[in-house]
Design a protein around this ligand. Sequence first.
Ligand SMILES: Cc1cc2nc3c(=O)[nH]c(=O)nc-3n(C[C@H](O)[C@H](O)[C@H](O)COP(=O)(O)OP(=O)(O)OC[C@H]3O[C@@H](n4cnc5c(N)ncnc54)[C@H](O)[C@@H]3O)c2cc1C
Length: 685
Amino acid sequence: MTHQAQHDTMISGAVGADIIPPTVNPLLQRERDRATLTKDLVTQMTYMIDDGKDKTARRRHIESSLFSDPLFSERDRYIRTSAETFDIGVKRSIRLIDFKKVHNITFSETWDYVYRALTNDVTFGVHDLMFVTFIDNQGTEEQKARWLGKARNMQIMGTYAQTELGHGTYIPGLETTATYIPSTEDFVLNSPTLTSMKWWPGAMGKTSTHVILIAQLIIGGKNYGPHAFMVQLRSLKDHSVLPGRSVGAIGDKWNFGGVDNGYLSLENVRIPRKDMFMKYSQVAPDGTYSKKGNPKVMYTTMMVVRLKIAQECWQSLGRVLTTAIRYSAVRKQGPVDQGGPEVVILDYQTQQEKLFPGLATAYAFNAVGKRLQEVFNKVQADIEKEDFSSLPELHALTCGLKAFTTGTAVRFVDTARFACGGHGFLLSSGLPYSYSRLSAGCTYEGENTVMMLQVARYLLKSAYAAQNGGSLASSVAYLAEDTSGQTWPAQTETDVVNSDLLYKAYQHRAYRLVNQVGQRMAQLMGQGQSQGVAWNNSTVDLVRAAKAHMQFYTMATVFDVIKPLAVDPAIQSILQTLSCLYAIYMMDQSIGDFLEDGYMNAEQAQMVHGQYLALLNAVRPEAVPLVDAFDFSDLTVHSVLGCYDGNVYERLYEHALRDPKNKTEIHETYYKYLRPLLTEHQSKL
Ligand SMILES: Cc1cc2nc3c(=O)[nH]c(=O)nc-3n(C[C@H](O)[C@H](O)[C@H](O)COP(=O)(O)OP(=O)(O)OC[C@H]3O[C@@H](n4cnc5c(N)ncnc54)[C@H](O)[C@@H]3O)c2cc1C
């Protein structure tokens, strides 16, 4: 078919993917043929990433079953209007109810497989992740019996309403009130000011029937702080908004078009006493208040969500790097030697710098996510036995990893966008979509800076405990080992990538920065600053210390997870290379931290940089199979640049032809605006 014929047939809508050759782009095939990681090894790596062959099979089965339903096709994702995106988001959420039942899909599988495939563009994500989980974690047995089954079966649809127009981060500042009236045994809910309006909750604007509302609990004029209440918003018969509630959508956002984030204002809404979540805090009929356990237990649902966000990060990053690395392996742009053949852009060292540290990070975050799940499961089991002792550590870890993974990944995604040049700016590349999603992840469930400051607070407390003979949780046990005055023992280039020596360097830096900022705060307070002011004047360094801690924790975890893996030696070798690149890249980026107290010397810093460049080189031949191993099918990579066959130009063209503006040869704007102007010019000639 000629180009013109293809174009004409496309316009008439008769052909779709015919433009795309059935064969793999030879440049991409060349990458796969040359690599040490053969197809078989790539498959083994996929099993490792998925945590076992059975899980890969299960994931693939769920993905293919999902995409056998045209409703879940993402072919038109980047040409839908915002109204269509929302419509399809609701429709999909409803279709997923049966889908999950038919395929027996668990909570974890919903996140790990279903939302991985759809990148979560469904309306009731907050319902699945927060509403149901909150009832399960915070409801009494009686409340669970009333709500959990209905919520799981979507007989009621709910959201989680904490953020208000005026306050998000500072929970004590929330203004919504729940005042207990002992005589009637109910709570009266009110939004006393404009800024007390709930603002942002997913699916609250137009779809949810219920909401878990966070409000200040007032009994007998005393404020007991924020507590959670189940509130019905809409009639289950006709979806009309119930009296006293004013609710609507807040407008289009940068992403999450399938979700109707909403506002809610309440005026004298009465709910029965039994609708306050009472597992850990109780209000007796006479208004007596009591609570048990660690106050952080109220935030265990948020910990689950932060865990999931952190775990999801490697997927977003992996998807984007699949796109950018495959594209870079087929995109040619000039020769290396003047007059020589054009090379693929992946051969440029600066391109490798843009992509390979991100690739190493995606592998690292996959490993860290698995470890965090183990920690989480253990703490969850302890909490069930009413042992709350590990909660502060888990809180710090989930805050820190959520902030660290999203903040790191979003920067790599941005860089990957640059790495794809102009084509990376097209929505159809999938890169702007991934970027804006990850960007939201830096804000929701705890704004990242604020999360890092919470980690810093935990670190300072732990450092204080260490100095005073207190016990420390395992992730901060290093704070008990004073490494001041030590120097880095690395002597050779091999030493520089030795995981034990890397561990020592990161440990030393984290110890130093935590203690240094602690001393700085003490000094400021000694000069008469209040604790709050001294804290505020130290926040840049507190975040720096928290980041150093997270980098230490993640690099140590990665080596810890990778080393004992029973895998083929070729896989073990490339995993070591990636883990070293992860650690060395971060070190090279913040080399001043290691130099400033003389722990490292200039020669060692140069060796670090030299090894960083050597590692980029080592990853180069394996880059394509390494992203193949993530196993994002073409249906889940969501990018014209990132498909397995590397036929990027054909896909770009095919997608352009489907631009709704190309539906007719002459666009309506001609008749509306151009024709009068052109006719006027012609009449003057
Ligand atoms: C896509 C999306 C979905 C959402 N879904 C929900 C939902 O379902 N339910 C819900 O309740 N909410 C939801 N939210 C709201 C979200 O949880 C809040 O936006 C988030 O907690 C941040 O709060 P904020 O917007 O008030 O930001 P702010 O807290 O006002 O932050 C603004 C700036 O101030 C800084 N800052 C704030 N406090 C401090 C401090 N103590 N020290 C130093 N710096 C500080 C921050 O670092 C940031 O730079 C959603 C938000 C988004 C974007």
